[in-house]
Write a protein that binds this ligand. Structure first.
Ligand code: PRX
Length: 648
């Protein structure tokens, strides 16, 4: 069918769960998975109530799900506190003295916090928040490196019912300012600086700049991390360690409504400003708790390492909330994988005897490029399970991961999900579901995905289409902050009552899902979603730029590379340094991750008669292909020829 996504990937290898792994796993066979999956769809209330009952509730819910599409209430009427579930509930037994967070800083400093210690730190910092007049429902921006304090700050907010919004430490002052403006945050928790590849990222300075022209923020709490010199604004800024002197460690968790907002996380859309994805308390907790339990088959004796940054949803769900809700030991590493050398990850795995590793295809592709000898130097025999997330993994990278990191012994769980979904939705269960390299395999419990054509009709085996989810699930987003209409429009309007993922996929003859990527033009660079419109508006904010269009092109390492087509203002003549200057400009306005790999100057951009830029054509040009698609709506044909010559 013309409108469907084509798929050229054919992969026939199948890896069955090893019997020794399956024997000890929670879900031991395909038949057991199928039985439970069927039950989860037939009797969702029963299924999810059973999962939720493993957690601590201050008041039991009245109804598992109230669904007035597209608005869901999970465990309606229930009361709980997520920090109590992640901390207090482990303090009455042997987990009290177990490592909750094992942390390593980029320079090599190390810390371990037991559950009891983490609980104490969270209580104290929650009291600091209270002391600074931060209350239930207030929004707090957290702009910190990957350090235990980030988890402490998140859990402290959750403990008192404040809503955290973590901003990735690689983002710039402009990004912080936008997020403050949208969320109406009253406080920022940050650090003086963060270590990155031996240098120091000036976090506090970025915050100062974001706050320069006045915002809703009244208080900035600063953790001393890098020791770099910073400015402290009298009456606004306070030191974390100083504040601790005024508080004790007694801070009972506040029982919150199951639908009380837990956090906002901003994600790029294809158009317009970043969206504040809102997650709430009860359903989110149940979703991350049970997905961590079944998908990573996590055990009390395991050491679990999710290599993401806490600033992304993966860090929220699978460094902090999922593992801690399970009473697991979670590893946190502050820095770059190739600092000081490309074997940093393998060193960490060897030293801490990591059992479960969860990382991204873009990292795996970098490891492959750096060479197998970095891996071979280390003993990785402690590993028993591997996971990936963030983008489709190419079968070559999957095989390399399986053989070189997993020693051919560890199952690989390729987990598909999104910031919006909160928890993993399509994934193998490691003891039950045979894997095929490149496929996220089958739906998790309670998830009802389908692939449909433009009219919403389910397509047959191996036909590409749009991936939708046909019913609500506990950890789903509840809305876009402050914009219910956009929430409805973006996710629930194209196929009424169904959640539109925005991804294209196909299902093979065994019912396995193969995700092919975003349908719209959002870029996925090194596992991060970037809206082209944000990069474009950053480019256009440069005084010499008239117009810009940004597209992705396949990039072996990063998944996608960023190519910017730029037209300059008429009076401007191209100087040698302008391309580099524009790249820097994007870095300053959005962050280094968004810097174009290539900037091409063009006399004009290909547009339709209605004035829309034809990105499809630009994509073809950017990837070096001849333009083959339909050009009938093109306004000016001479533009195409000139664009093709725009390469340096
Ligand atoms: O396109 C899919 C891709 O990443 C998108 C979600 O990005 P984000 O909200 O930033 O969350 C990333 C971490 C959950 C999806 O729409 N994606 C994520 N995981 C996979 C994937 N594509 C293929 N396979 C995956 N396992």
């Amino acid at each position: 069918m013309h409108d469907n996504i084509e798929s050229h990937l054919v992969e026939k290898r199948i890896f069955k769960p090893r019997t020794d792994f399956a024997k000890n796993a929670r879900i031991k066979s395909l038949a057991q998975y199928q039985r439970m999956y069927r039950e989860s769809l037939r009797q969702p209330a029963k299924f999810w109530a059973r999962e939720a009952s493993e957690l601590v509730w201050r008041a039991r819910w009245k109804k598992v799900l109230e669904w007035k599409a597209p608005f869901a209430k999970w465990f309606a009427g229930g009361k709980l506190n997520i920090s109590e579930n992640c901390l207090d509930r482990h303090l009455t037994g042997p987990r009290r003295n177990k490592a909750a967070i094992i942390w390593e800083g980029e320079p090599g400093d190390k810390r371990t916090l037991t559950y009891q210690q983490l609980h104490r730190e969270v209580c104290r910092f929650a009291n600091v928040l209270k002391r600074n007049n931060i209350k239930k429902g207030d929004r707090v921006i957290i702009y910190l490196p990957n350090i235990p304090e980030t988890a402490v700050a998140m859990l402290a907010c959750a403990r008192i019912g404040a809503v955290h919004s973590v901003v990735f430490g690689g983002f710039s002052a402009d990004s912080i300012r936008d997020r403050i403006a949208d969320s109406g945050a009253i406080a920022v928790v940050t650090a003086d600086g963060a270590y990155r590849r031996g240098g120091i990222v000036p976090l506090k300075k970025n915050v100062d700049e974001a706050l320069r022209d006045g915002t809703s923020v009244r208080r900035v709490i600063v953790f001393r991390r890098a020791g770099n010199e910073i400015h402290m604004e009298e009456g606004r800024d306070v030191w974390w360690h100083r504040e601790l002197e005024y508080v004790d460690a007694n801070c009972p968790p506040v029982p919150l409504d199951s639908e009380h907002p837990l956090y906002l996380l901003y994600t790029s859309g294809s158009t317009g400003k970043p969206k504040g994805i809102l997650h709430t308390t009860g359903g989110y907790l149940v979703g991350v708790y049970s997905s961590t339990k079944y998908i990573f088959d996590i055990r009390d004796e395991d050491i679990f390492w999710c290599t993401a940054d806490v600033g992304w949803v993966t860090g929220h769900s699978y460094i902090v909330y999922g593992p801690l809700a399970n009473g697991a030991t979670t590893i946190m590493y502050e820095g770059a994988p190739n600092w000081p050398e490309p074997d940093r990850f393998w060193k960490i795995i060897e030293e801490y005897r990591v059992n479960i590793l969860y990382t991204a295809p873009t990292a795996i592709r970098a490891f492959i490029r750096w060479g197998d000898h970095w891996v071979a130097k280390h003993d990785l025999s402690s590993l028993r399970l591997l996971g990936t997330v963030g983008e489709p993994i190419n079968p070559e990278a999957w095989m390399w991961y399986y053989k070189n990191i997993g020693g051919g012994r560890c199952p690989v769980v390729d987990t598909w999900w999104q910031t919006e979904t909160g928890s993993i939705l399509i994934t193998p269960l490691p003891g039950a579901i045979p894997t095929k390299p490149g496929s996220a395999t089958l739906p998790f419990f309670g998830i009802d995905p389908a692939i449909v054509d433009e009219k919403g009709r389910e397509v047959g085996a191996n036909v590409g289409g749009k991936l939708i989810i046909r019913r609500p699930w506990p950890a789903m987003l509840r809305t876009i902050y402050g914009d219910k209409a956009r929430y409805r429009q973006q996710y629930w309007s194209e196929f009424k009552g169904n959640y539109l993922t925005g991804d294209g996929a196909r299902r093979d003859e065994d019912g396995y899902f193969w995700i092919v990527g975003r349908i719209d033009d959002v870029l996925n660079v090194a596992g991060h979603r970037l809206g082209t419109s944000e990069i474009e508006s950053a480019l256009v904010s440069h005084p010499q730029v008239a117009e810009a269009a940004v597209v992705g092109r396949p990039d072996e390492l990063k998944g996608q590379g960023v190519v910017a087509f730029v037209t300059l203002k008429a009076s401007v003549s191209v100087t040698g340094g302008l391309k580099a200057e524009l790249r820097e400009h994007v870095g300053v306005h959005i962050g280094a991750i968004a810097k174009p790999d290539e900037v091409r100057f063009a006399e004009a951009l290909p547009k339709t008669r209605s004035g829309k830029i034809m990105r499809r054509l630009l994509k073809e040009i950017a990837s070096g292909a001849r333009v083959t698609g339909d050009t009938t709506t093109l306004e000016d044909f001479s533009v195409l020829a000139k664009l093709a010559e725009s390469e340096e």
